[in-house]
Design a protein around this ligand. Structure first.
Ligand code: HEM
Length: 428
């Protein structure tokens, strides 16, 4: 246990002693617990995960923005140390990931981010809109006559995956292999897998990295109109600007950062809007409310409830000393419901004026590069579902399951139903 000072640094006798995001009830609804943490133990050391946990808005924001004193190197390192077999599986599978964006510090981060921003022009997102709309309408056409659907399996899990694959330039035929390879990477990094599970996941992830590397080589030989080719153009044959492994690592980062985060945003949106019926009816009657509703869902029920940093030197947060090299777990989900920033924070209000101050995309030099894309997908999805199936309801008696992990939060299945009706397709 690292040295700690301050009344809130230890776990005994406070809410912090019951901190366990891996299990129910915190797994499916961490918010009552987050509220207690903000009040009783805003900064404390959680021994079982070896991290200092920070829950108040100003503290979380301050750490995220302070890249001089906090490193991002640990953001995607497995919480659960790798066993030897998993290490071997990575090495044997040709694992060549280099710190590129989310887990790189300055000056490397600045260099890579500059290249990615240059390559990821806003028109790439606009170009994807017709593709997203077509996918939404095709899926709704398929399930609308049934009067019921499991939204994650029939639409919301795949949609962001195909969008990223298209953005990067992977052919659709590779989608099953990629989804298999990248499966449960959340469990690998942010969960508590057994050694056997960890080894299997490691082999799958190494295979997925090889596919990224392969795509880089293919686009080097035959450029196309996609982000991979654009990154190669920015590289201009110069490894000092971007190496081929760093481009493959960027592709890997985009897929891993942009798939389940967005699927879960879509799943959380549907669960929360349908639970809060007036909010759903609001967007049905007035689709112009949808962009604000997306911001409020990001605040109220984010798909990324925590993110990590590592202290470069001894620091003090809210009066608690944390030692040099301390690993920090920043509870974005708790910060987003801090009453110091948001009025009546436990209430979902799709017209909330300052919902956009949420920290779900992080802040500072690492702020999410896919925020605009994710919001575009959420907006089009809510527009399509509310327009075509306005009578949609959550199927009665369902319990929502979540993958046991400390950062990513989204329902694995969402069963919905609606009364027989015209689909509202006409006149689109
Ligand atoms: C609802 C969806 C999403 C959420 C909640 C989310 C959340 C986050 C968070 C919390 C960070 C870390 C920020 C920090 O360290 O301050 C991040 C970084 C990042 N995200 Fe997202 N993300 C989402 C969607 C996407 C999408 C769709 C993409 C890709 C198209 C993407 C790509 C990235 C990348 C590349 C970074 C690293 C940026 C850097 O370090 O410079 N994300 N995201």
């Amino acid at each position: 246990m690292p040295a700690a000072t301050g009344a809130t640094a230890t776990r005994s006798g406070t809410a912090s002693s019951r901190f366990d995001l891996f299990r129910e009830p915190q797994l499916s609804d961490p918010y009552p617990f987050f509220q207690r943490l903000r009040q009783e133990a805003p900064v404390f050391y959680a021994e079982d995960i070896g991290h200092w946990v920070v829950s108040r808005y100003q503290d979380v924001k301050q750490v995220l923005r302070d890249h001089e004193n906090y490193s991002a190197q640990n953001t995607i390192a497995p919480i659960h140390p790798l066993c030897d077999a998993a290490r071997r599986a990575l090495a044997d599978g040709g694992w060549g990931i280099v710190p590129a964006l989310g887990n790189a510090d300055r000056p490397e981060h600045t260099k890579t981010r500059r290249s990615v921003v240059k390559a990821f022009a806003p028109r790439r997102i606009a170009d994807l809109e017709p593709y997203v709309s077509a996918m939404l309408n095709a899926a709704i056409d398929r399930f609308e006559p049934k009067g019921e659907a499991e939204l994650m399996a029939e639409l919301l899990f795949d949609l962001p995956a195909y969008v990223i694959l298209r953005l990067l330039g992977f052919p659709d035929e590779q989608a099953p292999a990629i989804k298999e390879g990248a499966k449960n990477r959340i469990l690998f990094v942010w969960g508590r897998p057994s050694d056997e599970e960890q080894t299997q996941l490691a082999a799958g992830l190494a295979g997925f990295f090889s596919l990224c590397r392969q795509l880089v080589d293919e686009r080097l030989a035959r450029p196309a109109d996609d982000l991979t080719s654009e990154l190669l153009r920015v590289r201009a044959g110069n490894d000092e600007i971007l190496s081929l492994d760093s481009i493959a690592s960027i592709l890997f980062a985009f897929f891993t950062a942009g798939h389940e985060t967005t699927s879960s945003l879509l799943g959380n949106s549907m669960v929360q809007l349908l639970r809060h019926r007036k909010a759903w009816e609001g967007i049905v009657a007035e689709p112009a409310l949808i962009p604000g509703a997306v911001q409020e869902i990001l605040r109220y029920d984010s798909s990324v409830i925590s993110w990590r940093r590592k202290a470069k030197r001894e620091m003090e947060i809210a009066g608690v000393k944390v030692p040099a090299a301390a690993e920090l777990l920043l509870l974005l989900g708790a910060a987003n419901r801090d009453g110091e920033v948001f009025d009546d924070p436990e209430r979902l209000d799709i017209t909330r004026r300052n919902a956009g101050r949420h920290l779900s995309f992080g802040t500072g030099i690492h702020r999410c590069l896919g925020a605009t894309l994710a919001q575009m997908e959420a907006k089009l999805t809510l527009e399509a579902l509310s327009r075509r199936l306005p009578g949609m309801r959550l199927a009665a008696g369902q319990h929502f399951d979540y993958l046991p992990n400390i950062s990513f939060h989204g329902p694995r299945a969402v069963r919905v139903e609606w009364p027989a009706q015209g689909s509202g397709r006409a006149g689109q």
